[in-house]
Design a protein around this ligand. Structure first.
Ligand code: HEM
Length: 293
C-alpha cells in the first residue's frame, strides 16, 4: 500500500519537529504545493492537510473535518491549522535547518503559525515515566487501523491524524503517592502491568480500544516535547478515519458517562488539530484528491 511509510515505522526517530501553517495567499497555493510535493518522502518528512487548506482549494476530502469543539467539563482546545509538516530525524540541527528551508518553499502562500520539537524519551516513555504505545496494533493490524484501504482514487493509502499537545504538571504528578499515579494511568509504573482494580477514571480503562462499539483501534505515535510553554506529550493518533480518536476523546472528557479521565488531573491539551495524510505516488506525495480538476 502506498502510504507515507514513516507513519507506521517503529521506533520513531529520536527527534521530531512539527510545523503548523496557516493560509496567507490562497492564489499562490497550487504553485507552492507543487514545489513541496517532490520534497516529501513520507519517511523523514510527513505531510498532513487540514480542513482550512482543503477549503481554500475549493475541494472536499471525505472524512476530513476540523478538530471539534467539545462541550465538556474539561477543555480540549481546537487550534486547527491548514497544514502540518512532521519532520523526523536523529539530528536536531538538521531538522531546524530543514524547517527553515520548508518555510521558504511555502511562502508566500502559507505562513508558519506554530511549531514544536518532540523527542523520544527512554525509547518511548511519557515524561511521567510510563511506557506509551504498549497496546498499539502492529504489522497488518496497524495498517488496518491506520490506513484507508479503498475508496476513491487518491484516498487509498491515506491516513487521518489527530494531534494534541498535552502539557503536564510533572511536579504535581510526581508528588502523588505511587499508587495514585498508577491509578491515573491504570498501569503499574514498575512493570507496566495493567491494573484490573484501577478506577473507572484510569486512562487505559477510558480508552480500552475493544470496549467501544464499534471497536476504536488506532495507532499512536506520540513523543515527549518541551519548550517555553512547558513539557508533556505531543500526542498523535492515526486512523483510517477520525472516529476512533473522537469517541475516545469524548469518553475521556466525560461526555459518555460523566467520568473524566484521570490524565486531566495533571495534564491538559494546549492544541488540537485533525489532518489528512495523503498517500504516496512514484513521484512523491499523491495530492490528486486535492488538486485534480
Ligand atoms: C497526557 C496525554 C496522554 C498520556 C500521557 C497517555 C499515556 C498513555 C499510556 C501510558 C498508556 C498505556 C500504554 C499503552 O497502551 O500505550 C496509554 C494507552 C492508551 N491511550 Fe493514552 N495517553 C495520553 C492521551 C491519550 C489520548 C488523548 C488518547 C485518545 C483520545 C489516548 C488513547 C490511548 C489508547 C487508545 C490507549 C490504549 C488503550 C488500550 O486499548 O489498552 N491517549 N496512554
Amino acid at each position: 500500500m502506498p502510504f507515507q511509510q514513516g507513519l507506521l515505522a517503529t521506533p520513531v526517530p529520536a527527534h521530531a519537529r512539527h510545523l503548523f501553517f496557516a493560509v496567507q495567499l490562497p492564489e499562490a497555493l497550487p504553485a507552492v504545493l507543487d514545489a513541496l510535493l517532490p520534497l516529501v518522502d513520507g519517511q523523514n518528512l510527513i505531510v498532513g492537510i487540514g480542513a482550512p487548506l482543503v477549503r481554500a482549494l475549493g475541494r472536499d476530502i471525505p472524512g476530513l473535518r476540523a478538530f471539534p469543539q467539545l462541550d465538556a467539563a474539561v477543555e480540549n482546545p481546537s487550534t486547527q491549522h491548514a497544514l502540518w509538516l512532521w519532520l523526523r530525524g536523529n539530528e536536531r540541527g538538521d531538522l531546524l535547518l530543514q524547517a527553515q528551508a520548508l518555510e521558504q518553499v511555502l511562502a508566500p502562500a502559507m505562513r508558519l503559525a506554530d511549531s514544536v520539537d518532540g523527542f523520544l524519551h527512554r525509547g518511548g516513555h511519557d515524561l511521567t515515566g510510563y511506557e506509551d504505545g504498549t497496546e498499539n496494533p502492529v504489522d497488518q493490524d496497524a495498517v488496518d487501523a491506520a490506513i484507508v484501504a479503498g475508496g476513491q482514487p487518491g484516498l487509498a493509502g491515506s491516513s487521518f491524524a489527530a494531534f494534541q499537545l498535552w502539557k503536564h504538571d510533572l511536579e504535581y504528578f510526581k508528588s502523588l503517592p505511587q499508587a495514585d499515579q498508577d491509578n491515573i494511568i491504570g498501569r503499574r509504573l514498575s512493570d507496566n502491568e495493567e491494573l484490573d482494580d484501577a478506577p473507572a477514571s484510569a486512562h487505559v480503562k477510558r480508552t480500552a480500544q475493544e470496549s467501544f462499539e464499534p471497536e476504536a483501534f488506532m495507532v499512536r505515535r506520540s513523543v515527549a516535547w518541551t519548550d517555553s510553554r512547558g513539557a508533556g506529550l505531543a500526542f498523535i493518533a492515526l486512523g483510517h478515519s477520525l472516529d476512533a480518536f473522537e469517541v475516545q476523546l469524548r469518553r475521556m472528557s466525560g461526555l459518555e458517562d460523566g467520568i473524566i479521565d484521570g490524565l486531566y488531573r495533571f495534564s491538559r491539551p494546549l492544541t488540537g488539530g485533525y489532518y489528512w495524510c495523503p498517500p504516496m505516488a512514484a513521484s512523491g506525495l499523491d495530492l490528486s484528491a486535492l488538486l485534480q480538476a
